[in-house]
Design a protein around this ligand. Structure first.
Ligand code: AMP
Length: 284
């Protein structure tokens, strides 16, 4: 696996690959890699000739300085894992490589980023769009792979790609979970043993709510989920919203859309975890 630290070098290597008519699959990450990230790499390998992974903890998407400081980092282990799954290229820039000048670009995502993560983490998605567009400009991949675990992020990236006219196919990859259901996340390693044990309540409740929802209203389903999770000591739901799967706006009844998702953010102590469940997805 070739490791590249300079943006200029990354650009020229990617350009060479295009000249050789090799298709490239790009997987942007913030490191502290786990099987969720690796499943994106595996999907990219299936669909493209060459896989390029980036590891960059993007400061502009952290609205909380402590969260940025405490974000887990383990580049040595990440490199080993990427070698094991057969990643060909790792882009490992520092902040100066991505932002030689401060990035003042702002994006208008309409109502997509006014809700949920966008509401509770102001500026977060603007930072995500800054870094992803910068990475897209450097790598210019054929396809880019993102996890459905970050449900709203995937919708924002699709919108950004459309708006900025990138000729890049965005591929969503299903959430990988621990054996007990917890969605894999780099943040899970920050949980205490006790919090980790209790954290199974999140996925378990979302799965239970899928059946509950079949005979209950939206409001009843929301209350069911929030009550169950908030009953666990030390756990607090920041939001749980049942939304149209495309527009991410709240729905009031199950008939309102053919595509309905439930998205949640929960604080386990100071650690913030997100997850989601799809209640309904009709083929259009
Ligand atoms: P991150 O390093 O957290 O920025 O995540 C990098 C990419 O991995 C994003 O596209 C995430 O949605 C994706 N990802 C994170 N966790 C998972 C998971 N458990 N399953 C699938 N994809 C994931």
């Amino acid at each position: 696996m070739q490791i590249i630290e300079l943006s200029s070098k990354m650009s020229s290597v990617a350009q060479l690959l295009r000249k050789e008519r090799k298709t490239t699959g790009f997987v942007p990450t913030m490191g502290a890699l786990h099987k969720g990230h690796l499943s994106l790499v595996e999907e990219a390998k299936k669909q493209c000739d060459i896989v390029i992974v980036s590891i960059f903890v993007n400061p502009t998407q952290f609205n909380d300085k402590n969260d940025l400081k405490n974000y887990p980092r383990d580049t040595k282990k990440d490199i080993e894992l990427l070698k094991e799954v057969g990643c060909e290229l790792l882009f490992l820039p520092d902040v100066k490589q991505i932002y030689p000048e401060p990035d003042n670009r702002t994006y208008d995502f309409g109502n997509l980023d006014k809700v949920m993560e966008g509401y509770y983490r102001p500026g977060h998605f603007n930072g995500v769009a800054q870094v992803v567009s910068r990475l897209f400009d450097i790598v210019k991949p054929d396809k880019a792979f993102f996890g459905e675990k970050d449900y709203q992020q995937l919708a924002i990236i699709r919108e950004m790609t459309r708006k900025l006219n990138y000729d890049i196919e965005i591929v969503g990859v299903p959430t990988i979970r621990e054996d007990d259901g917890l969605a894999m996340s780099s943040r899970n390693m920050l949980l205490t043993k006790e919090q980790r044990k209790k954290s199974t309540v999140i996925a378990r409740t979302l799965f239970e709510s899928y059946n509950f929802a079949k005979s209950k209203s939206i409001e009843e389903t929301i209350n069911f989920v929030v009550e169950k999770i908030d009953n666990v000591s030390g756990f607090n739901t920041e939001y749980f919203e049942i939304v149209d799967g495309d527009t991410l706006q709240r729905v009031n009844s199950w008939d309102q859309s053919g595509y309905i998702a439930g998205c949640i953010a929960v604080y386990a102590g100071d650690i913030r975890l997100i997850d989601n469940v799809i209640y309904k997805k009709e083929m259009s």
